[in-house]
Design a protein around this ligand. Structure first.
Ligand code: FES
Length: 106
């Protein structure tokens, strides 16, 4: 699977990940700026907030209640395609995803 990360300045980077890797873990292991993952993937910090590109948004599993609540605590405004990077896992039905790192999260 692959993930494309795009920063607010338009630069993007595609990374390859193992099946089952979350967007947050992939960002950390590839030093993608703007994703911190402070809680280690427990859906409790919102420092892994990303905007899913609309064309992929419908391919993701629905929000859990925990993720939904935490997305109200992001440091930059939530949008319709906001997700927690730690709750989006690659592989299976989701071989690729493109995400935008929210401006101001760096
Ligand atoms: Fe903390 Fe995702 S890493 S909410």
């Amino acid at each position: 699977p692959t993930i494309t990360f795009t920063q607010n300045d338009g630069t993007s980077q595609e990374v390859e990940v193992a099946e089952g890797t979350s967007v947050m873990r992939a960002a950390l292991s590839n030093s993608i700026a703007g994703i911190v993952g402070e809680c280690g993937g427990q859906a409790m910090c919102a420092t892994c907030h990303v905007h899913i590109r609309p064309e992929f948004a419908t391919q993701l599993p629905p929000l859990s209640d925990d993720e939904d609540e935490m997305l109200d605590c992001t440091s930059t405004p939530r949008t319709e395609t906001s997700r927690l990077g730690c709750q989006v896992t690659l592989g299976g039905d989701l071989p690729h995803v493109a995400v935008d790192i929210p401006a101001g999260q760096i």
